[in-house]
Design a protein. Structure first.
Length: 229
């Protein structure tokens, strides 16, 4: 475990370098997939996207498609690595737990001044549910995307019913991915979540914040440290 309390700096290590790389690889490749997927539609010229500096290529279907494929390769590889690596290590912090729904209601109420937020583990219950939801969206995008890619490269005569089904699934979950991205940004914009933004970039959050909001997580770190000695 890379989690470590740095009392002298008022910091606690929340994410390892590997986790940061995974996060940003998924985020950047996901955004590239989002934009190039849109660019493959005839919208770049219509809405003057090609006039934006650096986006002159956006009306070129083949260029957008190649970038889409490259981003999809990174997106898929990192997603598979994430599941395999953290699954092998038995890390279950992002898996929904018993009582998450009730805890989530208390968290939501506390944001509007009704009651106190209960002490939390490393991840909030909403984060765990969002993780599972996003994982399912990504899985459906990958499966449907692989079918479409296989058709384009190896099987141009693939059954029309299969192609249409894969296309509809890909388009629907493309929209859901975009909505999930907006929800993620909205969650970050909430004032109580601001201290967590630092962790996205440095892997560390303020210790006083963690003690206040993630008391159960801090207690776990101290317990592991004591048992190791």
């Amino acid at each position: 475990m890379t989690e470590k309390i740095l009392s002298e700096k008022n910091l606690v290590v929340r994410h390892s370098l590997l986790e940061l790389i995974e996060h940003w690889a998924i985020a950047i490749s996901g955004l590239l997939l989002l934009f190039t997927g849109i660019f493959e539609l005839p919208v770049a010229k219509r809405y003057y996207i090609i006039t934006v500096p650096g986006l002159g290529w956006s009306a070129d279907f083949i260029t957008s498609l190649y970038i889409h494929y490259a981003a999809a390769l990174v997106f898929t590889a990192v997603g598979i690595f994430h599941l395999a690596y953290h699954g092998f290590r038995g890390e279950k912090g992002m898996i929904p737990q018993t009582g998450d729904l009730a805890a989530s209601v208390k968290v939501m109420k506390s944001l509007f001044g009704f009651g106190q937020e209960p002490p939390m583990h490393k991840y909030l219950p909403e984060q765990r549910w969002a993780y599972v939801g996003m994982a399912f969206i990504i899985l459906m995008l990958i499966i449907s995307g692989l079918i479409k890619t296989y058709k384009n490269i190896y099987a141009p005569d693939m059954s029309l019913a299969i192609v249409l089904t894969a296309t509809w699934i890909h388009n629907i979950f493309f929209v859901l991915f975009f909505l999930a991205f907006l929800a993620h940004m909205a969650a970050i914009a909430l004032r109580p979540n601001w201290p967590m933004v630092r962790g996205i970039f440095t892997g560390k959050v303020r210790l006083d914040y963690a003690r206040h909001r993630h008391a159960l997580w801090i207690a776990d770190i101290k317990k592991r440290k004591t048992s190791n000695h």
